[in-house]
Structures are given as C-alpha cells and as structure tokens.
Design a protein around this ligand. Structure first.
Ligand code: OAD
Length: 247
C-alpha cells in the first residue's frame, strides 16, 4: 500500500479505530516512556513507581511522582495531532473510536469523544484519583493545592487513577476497544512502541478481520511488521499527510 491508497482507505472507511501512545503527546512536550534519553523509564525503574508493590511500600513517593506529572500535563497543550483526530471524528461521527494509552488527558481537552465518536482512556488518567475503599473516581484538587496522598469526599485515601504494571485494564473500556478494533475498516496506530499488552494487541484484531492497519511513528515499533502501511514521521505531520491537511 502507498500513501495515496492509505488516504483513500481512510477517507472511504465508515469505521475507524485509533490507538495512541505517548508519541502523540511528545510534540506537546510530554516525555514518552521508552525514549533512550528522555523517557520516564530511562530515568526510573517502572517497578519503583508504577506498581501496586511500590505504592504499598511508599505511597508518598509514588504520589509525588504522579503529582508532578499531573502538574506537567495541565501546563501542556494539545497539539495538531490531537486536533486532527478530533477533526477525523467530526467526519466519521459514530464510526470513530479512539483508545489511548496516555494518561495526560490531552485527547479529552482537544474534544475527542464529543462529536458522536468514543474516547476511552485504557490506562486511566492523571487528573483524577480513585477511592481505595469504594473504588469511586473523583477529580483531583488543582495541583497547587493538592496534598498527597489525597482523600476522597468519602474520607478515604485515594490512589492515582492509573493502571499499574500487573493490574487489569478497566473492563468496559477494554471490551469497547476490542469490539471497535475488530469491526474497524481502518485502524490507526500512532506514537506507541507496542510493547504493552493488551493495548498493543488491539490493531491485530483489525488485521485478523481483514481491515487495514496504518502506523504513524518516526521509528519502527514492535507492531511495524504487521502494518499494512506506515508513515515514518512525527504524529502531527504524519496525520496531516494521511488526512490530506496542511502540517
Ligand atoms: P513508549 O515510550 O513505549 O513509546 C513511544 C513511541 O512514540 C515510540 O515508538 C516512539 O518512536 C514514538 N514517538 C516518539 N516521538 C513521536 C512523535 N513526535 N510522533 C509520533 N510518535 C513518536 O510509549 P507507549 O507506547 O505509550 O503504561 O507506552 C505504553 C505504555 O507503557 C504506557 O501507557 C505506560 C508505559 O509503561 C502504563 O503506565 C500502564
């Protein structure tokens, strides 16, 4: 498949499913996880920060890290790639589904999920906390006034509302994503290393059912071998090329 055929497939698709990873927010200034120099996991060991054991050992340290990232994502702005995905939803309406592994909330702030399509945050988000007793999710206070660990309105301690290593994904979000990818005419895989399952497996469901799978990533990922076509560019320019827009 070439770029023209990929554009045509995307234009004529009635059902489009999109998987995004940290790379889609890189141009908003948010570090990825696996970049060799700037990635979170180049500086920290995931098991020290993003695991139930780490939280049990030292909730203060884990909260300090998440509170810092919460502050950083609120200062960041959605970039052209987030906005282009909202435009794609405006064209496809109920035929648009976006599953993000990102916890930065930038797709939501760019308006995804509000034009007839659906947005699911497979790994949770940084802007809310989860009551450790009831499991209810509440928005966090503004970063300037966030005391950690925070308490829920029920008076219980809250944990970060993110999925940690070894934990299950929110079931409803994952099932909805699996259905959407299995029935998509075209799946877009943008800015993810494809290293973390089950999210990474979603596009393979589209492929198995005979759909087209297109990657946007400046470098090869663990999923590249399965792609029908790849745009080897950053998310903003790569998506603009696919959607025939100015970068
Ligand atoms: P990674 O850090 O593993 O991968 C980021 C990907 O983005 C890489 O493939 C880069 O080549 C690509 N990339 C970098 N800059 C880009 C740009 N400007 N445009 C497009 N792509 C770019 O991040 P994820 O795949 O999102 O999980 O990581 C998956 C999960 O691992 C995360 O959700 C997180 C982490 O541990 C949890 O926290 C549960």
């Amino acid at each position: 498949m070439n770029l023209t055929a990929a554009r045509n497939a995307l234009r004529s698709a009635s059902r489009v499913a999109v998987l995004t990873g940290a790379g889609v927010s890189a141009e908003s200034g948010i570090p990825t996880f696996r970049d060799a120099q700037t990635g979170h996991w180049a500086r920290f060991r995931p098991e020290d920060l993003a695991s139930p054991d780490a939280y049990e050992r030292d909730p203060e340290m884990v909260w300090a890290w998440y509170a810092g990232r919460y502050q950083d994502v609120l200062r960041a702005q959605p970039n052209a790639a987030h906005h282009l995905l909202t435009q794609l939803e405006q064209r496809k309406r109920a035929g648009f589904f976006l599953a993000t592994q990102n916890v930065d909330g930038l797709h939501h702030r760019a308006g995804s999920g509000t034009h007839g399509g659906q947005l699911v945050e497979l790994h949770g988000n940084l802007i809310s906390g989860r009551d450790e007793v009831t499991g209810e999710i509440f928005p966090l206070p503004a970063p300037e006034v966030l005391a950690t660990p925070p308490s829920s309105p029920r008076g219980h301690r809250m944990r970060p509302n993110v999925v940690w290593f070894g934990e299950f994904l929110p079931e409803a979000a994952l099932t909805a994503a699996q259905d959407a990818f299995a029935t998509a005419d075209v799946a877009l895989v943008i800015g993810t290393s494809g290293a973390v399952y089950p999210a990474a497996g979603l596009a393979l469901e589209t492929l198995q059912r005979g759909g087209t799978v297109i990657e946007v990533n400046p470098t090869e990922s663990d999923l590249s071998a399965y792609m029908t076509f790849a745009v080897r560019d950053v998310a903003t320019r790569g998506l603009a090329a696919l959607l025939e827009q100015e970068a």
